[in-house]
Every structure is written in structure tokens, then in C-alpha cells.
Design a protein around this ligand. Structure first.
Ligand code: GLN
Length: 494
């Protein structure tokens, strides 16, 4: 088995000790991308030269007796809404097609400072709006388990890049499920941290009260190490929590003995038979590992979806006002400024982004504000209170991640509402600002991966990931990547 398949910890240990060269690991990642990404389209930009240079720096540090850090030589993929100095950052939008940021996002700086090597920028739904990566202006990503199907979204490129074994670690953003839903559909681990735990400086904003950056990896441990590196206070993000990054890895092996775990039955009723079966099996596995597991009803969470689809577009309509043909990216000229603005935005934004801007602008307009935006905020408070109540009785909650397995390309594009329903189990955690993780736990009817979600109260990451690690240990063989495109499993992986 190649070192690249052994994951983040093994790569970093080998590179730090001088047993392997970052340059070789990165070269293998680049060559896998070169061979396989034509079919999958995980990447918009492959950072070949920069990656080689970064890898050489890591190797030089080791040779000089310096420690490059906990991610030494680990190839990482970055969702293309994270700013990279000198490298295109498109958000999968024509409006930013040629935009090259003059600075790095904080998470990009932190990964580099820990010795990781960025190999490329991954495909997403335009401005992270979508659940299938089909809203990308540059074509969809395909699911490596079955290339006729979507990888989920909006961070579909990052999830598929990990699932295909191109990289052992990737970053995504999760505003309403965009890390957890593609993680579930691609058979990888995806963590959405507590709001404020990871700096969003340099993340292109979608809905600022909901956006969080998080990690994808093949294992809970690898995702946790990535999160340790990117988390922690940053003065450049005013929503950043003023506290140190939590230690996550030491507690992963703590087990679940005596923990009180609630199964959110309101969600279970709402999903496919395979997602139901996966959640039930996960509950049983945790109970046999010593947890006290009980079904619980948190009915308010079902109102999260409509509230989200008012709040997120409202915030998006305000955030996306900055694409006016003057400050960033595309300009389509006109005889006066208003016409130039309108032509630029009409040509630069795709249909889903335009739909969200219109919904959001309407929800915020005088006369409708209270009926839509105000009402959605009140529902958000109900969701927060419902979770508060649930966490009096339970340490963590578990739930399905998505209603179904990976669907076929084109299956839901004609009906935006059906696409929105993919997010029903995911958005309440964003509304509450809580962490949640998707862990591969089963294969569904079509032989495709199905994840289970572990939810925790704010800053509950250590316990949440401990439960996720226990689930991972109990999961049947064959439920996670890497897979070669078309579903063939990599040799040597259970
Ligand atoms: N699918 C959701 C949406 O379309 C979530 C997106 C996200 O988390 N970025 O808004």
C-alpha cells in the first residue's frame, strides 16, 4: 500500500522522521489527480508548481533538522471559495472566473505553517449554493463510487477528492450541510465545527451567520488532526472565538461507556430506508459499546429547513452585493453604472445564485421583512432552545445526514425544492452554531455509502469526535473510501 493511502498521521510521521520525502508523496497525489480527475472533475486548479515548491521546502526543513509540523508533507485540497494568494479562486462562478486573491485565507496559512502542501482548488456549487455540485458554472463533479451520480454539495470536489484517494485531507465549508452531506454521499468523514472555532478570514462569504470551514478525511482521526491545525482564535475574523484550539486527538480513543446518546427520531422518520437502517444500526453499535442510547423527539428541528432557506438567501443577497463589476472579477460594460451593474450580475451569476439573491432581497424588503426574515429568526431561536433542552438529557445526539444516497446527475436539477430537501437533517446544527460530523457507516441499496451524523452542543467537538471514532470502529468493512472511479476499491483497504 502506498504511503498516500495510509492517511494524514502516517504521512506526517514518515516525512517528519525523514523516512519519506514530501516531494514523493506530493508527486503521487499530483499523478493520481492527473490520471483520474479528467473523469471526476474534483479540481478547478491543480497547483502543480506551488505544490512542488512547498514540498521541497518541507523536505529542506527536515534535512536542516527543523520540524515542519504535524501535517508535514500531507497533500491537501482546498474548496475553491478559500482565498489562495496568487492562485485563482473562482467560487465556481463566472463572476470570479479570473479572480486571483492578493492574500491567503487564515486556514490556508495555518495548513502551510503545519507543513501541509496545497495541491489544488476544488469544485463546488456556485458560491456554495447547492447540494450536488451541479450548480458549478464549470461543470459538475462526479461521485467516485458511481460516476453517473453526484458527490453531493456544495463541497463536492473536496469530498470526492478524498474519496478517490487523490488527497488524504481536504477543506470545505458548511453553511447548511455542505461538508456533511457530500461526506455522507462519498463515504468519507466530514466535520462542521462550532461557529467561530475556525477563522473565516479569506472564506468567500455566503451566509455569514452560518458559514463554517471544516475538514474531510478518510478517518475521524485524520479529520480531527486537520481541525486541530486550522482551529483557534484569529483577530482578523470578528466572529472568531477568543480561545485556543481544542485538543481533539487525545480523547478519540476514550470510548462511549456511560455516555447519554439521543437518537433524533424526528429525522429518522423523514429519510430513506437505508438512512434509517444506518442510524438504527449506529444506535445499536453505540449501545453495545456501553452508551445509554435512547430515541428522543426534538420536533422543532424539522422547521430548520424553511428557516434556513429564508435566512441563508437573505444573508447571501447582502454578501453578494459586492459583485458589482467594479471591485472584483467580471465587468460587462454599459452606457451607465446601473446598466453595467445589471449586465455584469446577469452575465456573471448562474440561475441558482440569482434565485437566492431574489428570494433574499424579497425576504429583507420593507413590508415583508418581519413576515419572512423576522419569522425565520424566531424559528431559529426555537431550534436553538430545542437543542438546549435535548442537551440537558443527552451528551450528544445522532441522526441521519441526508435523506438518500447519492442521486444521479440531473435527477434533482429541475426541482430546486427537492434539492433543498437534501439538507433537512443538516441545517439545524448551522442555525444553532453547533458542531456536527458525518461518519461513513453503511452501504445502501445501490451499494453506495451512507453516513451517520453525530451532533453536539457548542464546543462539544472532543466528545462528538470520540463518539464518531467509536462509530467508525463499529462500522462494517467497505463503507468508506478510497475507491477508484467506478467503484473499484483500492487494494489493501478494508
Ligand atoms: N445545500 C445548502 C444550500 O444550498 C447548503 C450549502 C452549504 O452548506 N454551503 O444552501
Amino acid at each position: 500500500m502506498s504511503l498516500l493511502d495510509e492517511g494524514v498521521v502516517a504521512i506526517a510521521e514518515a516525512v517528519r522522521s525523514g523516512r519519506a520525502k514530501a516531494a514523493e508523496v506530493v508527486e503521487e497525489s499530483l499523478s493520481r489527480i492527473g490520471a483520474g480527475d479528467g473523469e471526476l472533475h474534483c479540481f478547478h486548479t491543480v497547483m502543480t508548481e506551488e505544490a512542488r515548491r512547498q514540498a521541497a521546502e518541507v523536505d529542506a526543513a527536515v534535512a536542516a533538522g527543523r520540524d515542519p509540523g504535524p501535517l508535514a508533507g500531507v497533500p491537501v485540497a482546498l474548496k475553491d471559495n478559500l482565498c489562495t494568494k496568487g492562485t485563482l479562486t473562482t467560487c465556481s462562478s463566472k463572476i470570479l472566473e479570473d479572480w486571483v486573491p492578493p492574500y491567503d485565507a487564515t486556514v490556508v496559512e495555518r495548513l502551510a505553517a503545519a507543513g501541509a502542501v496545497a495541491v489544488g482548488k476544488t469544485n463546488l456549487d456556485e458560491f456554495a449554493m447547492g447540494s450536488s455540485t451541479e450548480n458549478s458554472a464549470f461543470g459538475p463533479t462526479r461521485n467516485p463510487w458511481d460516476t453517473t451520480r453526484v458527490p453531493g454539495g456544495s463541497s463536492g470536489g473536496s469530498a470526492a477528492a478524498v474519496a478517490a484517494g487523490f488527497v488524504p485531507l481536504a477543506l470545505g465549508s458548511d453553511t447548511g450541510g455542505s461538508i456533511r452531506q457530500p461526506a455522507s454521499l462519498c463515504g468519507v468523514v466530514g466535520v462542521k465545527p462550532t461557529y467561530g472555532l475556525v477563522s473565516r478570514y479569506g472564506l468567500i462569504a455566503f451566509a455569514s451567520s452560518l458559514d463554517q470551514i471544516g475538514t474531510f478525511a478518510l478517518t475521524v482521526r485524520d479529520a480531527a488532526i486537520g481541525l486541530e491545525v486550522i482551529a483557534g482564535h484569529d483577530g482578523r475574523d470578528s466572529t472568531s472565538l477568543d480561545r485556543e484550539a481544542p485538543e481533539l486527538v487525545p480523547s478519540l480513543s476514550g470510548g462511549v461507556e456511560g455516555l447519554r446518546i439521543g437518537v433524533i427520531e424526528d429525522f429518522v422518520a423523514d429519510v430513506s430506508a437505508s438512512a434509517q437502517a444506518a442510524t438504527t444500526a449506529a444506535a445499536e453499535a453505540l449501545a453495545s459499546a456501553g452508551a445509554k442510547v435512547e430515541a428522543t423527539s426534538v420536533p422543532e428541528v424539522l422547521h430548520g429547513l424553511p428557516a434556513y432557506y429564508v435566512i441563508a438567501p437573505a444573508e447571501a443577497s447582502s454578501n453578494l452585493a459586492r459583485y458589482d463589476g467594479v471591485r472584483y472579477g467580471l465587468r460587462v460594460d454599459g452606457p451607465d453604472v446601473a446598466t453595467m451593474n445589471a449586465r455584469t450580475r446577469g452575465a456573471g451569476f448562474g440561475p441558482e445564485v440569482r434565485r437566492r439573491i431574489m428570494i433574499g432581497t424579497y425576504a429583507l424588503s420593507a413590508g415583508y421583512y418581519d413576515a419572512y426574515y423576522g419569522q425565520a429568526q424566531r424559528v431559529r431561536t426555537l431550534v436553538v432552545r430545542a437543542f438546549e433542552r435535548a442537551y440537558r438529557d443527552f451528551d450528544v445526539l445522532i441522526a441521519p445526514v441526508t435523506p438518500s444516497e447519492a442521486f444521479r446527475l440531473g435527477e434533482k436539477t429541475a426541482n430546486p425544492l427537492e434539492m433543498y430537501l437534501s439538507d433537512v437533517c443538516a441545517v439545524p446544527s448551522n442555525l444553532a452554531g453547533h458542531p456536527a460530523v458525518s461518519v461513513p457507516f453503511a452501504l445502501g441499496e445501490a451499494g453506495l455509502p451512507v453516513g451517520v451524523q453525530v451532533l453536539a452542543p457548542a464546543l462539544g467537538e472532543p466528545l462528538m469526535l470520540r463518539v464518531a471514532a467509536a462509530l467508525e470502529a463499529a462500522a462494517p468493512a467497505g463503507v468508506r473510501g478510497p475507491v477508484r472511479p467506478g467503484g473499484t476499491r483500492e487494494a489493501g483497504r478494508a
